[in-house]
Ligand binder design. Structure first.
Ligand SMILES: [Zn+2]
Length: 294
């Protein structure tokens, strides 16, 4: 086992060195500013505000899970050429915080969630007010890096801010008159910041970082809780095995409804450039249906 591990490590290192060498000889063209982001949350915010004024490269591949990701050697090389490195927080992505320490002196490093109490819940973007502050920080950094594009980025920021206002209003309206006020989630504790402002209680199978296997005991407890309260739906997320969700749904006679954490993005949604707004609107649809809201 150890031999295989060493072999894989060796291949990765050699691959990284070859890649490094190739990129040194052929650095990316210096047209647009190069922004490297940790995962989909900063990716979608930067894309929306920057538009085409910068080029954005995401380190976490679509489908991967941000809490325990291990970056490839190529990530270091991309970072070396970056004008900016933007990530959510050391609480959400300890690996990104490690990368931030080895960036070049001229690379702007922005930890979006730094002042938003990520230690309480690392999923800070789930709260619309905090998402607004994240967007504002991105706008300010872009204005500093590329003042010539300021008119465009300010306009995009204005649109994003309006979308956040509308989301906040629509969530408050849409979830104000529901038969149920409880979400049982066969995933990790990512949605507390989204649900707590509307008095919706969240119980999740895993903790806030997917860490540690959920216990069979906890699963049984959730099934009993659902039966006792006669909840009509269970909520799941894409990083959860579909079979697990189907088993719970069959056991409780409930409907499976998806919630989108945004930190985790499927390949398909990534290719379709689904925005923060679009993913939050899907969340609202699922919640209204599952909680039976009028
Ligand atoms: Zn998470």
């Amino acid at each position: 086992m150890r031999k295989i591990y060493l072999l894989v490590l060796g291949i990765l290192l050699i691959g990284g060195l070859i890649y490094w060498d190739a990129r040194q000889k052929n650095p990316p063209p210096r047209g647009r500013l190069q922004v490297v982001v940790s995962g989909y949350v900063p990716y979608t915010i930067v894309k929306q505000i920057a538009g085409e004024t910068v080029s954005v490269r995401m380190l976490l591949p679509p489908g991967a899970e941000p809490h325990s990701f291990e970056p490839t050697p190529g990530a270091l090389v991309d970072l070396h050429h970056a004008d900016a490195f933007i990530y959510v927080s050391h609480d959400l992505e300890p690996w990104a915080a490690d990368l931030a320490k080895v960036t070049d002196a001229q690379t702007h490093v922005l930890e979006l969630g730094n002042s938003l109490h990520p230690e309480e819940d690392p999923h800070v973007w789930m709260n619309f007010k905090k998402a607004r502050l994240m967007g504002y920080q991105v706008t300010a950094l872009l204005a500093e890096m590329a003042p010539e594009s300021r008119k465009e980025t300010d306009q995009n920021w204005f649109v994003f801010e309006k979308q956040l206002d509308q989301l906040e209003y629509d969530f408050a309206q849409g979830l104000s008159n529901c038969r149920y006020h409880e979400v049982v989630h066969i995933g990790h504790l990512a949605f507390g910041g989204l649900l707590s402002p509307y008095g919706i209680k969240l119980t999740a199978l895993s903790g806030s970082s997917h860490e540690g296997e959920h216990s069979a005991k906890k699963l049984v407890r959730l099934v009993m809780q659902m039966k006792a309260r006669k909840l009509p739906a269970i909520f799941t997320e894409e990083s959860v095995s579909a079979r697990l969700a189907q088993t719970v749904a069959a056991e409780t006679g409930t409907e499976i409804l998806p919630l989108y954490s945004i930190e985790h993005i499927s390949k398909r949604d990534f290719e379709n450039h689904l925005s923060y707004d679009a993913l939050m609107r899907r969340n609202l649809d699922s919640l209204k249906r599952g909680l039976v809201c009028r």
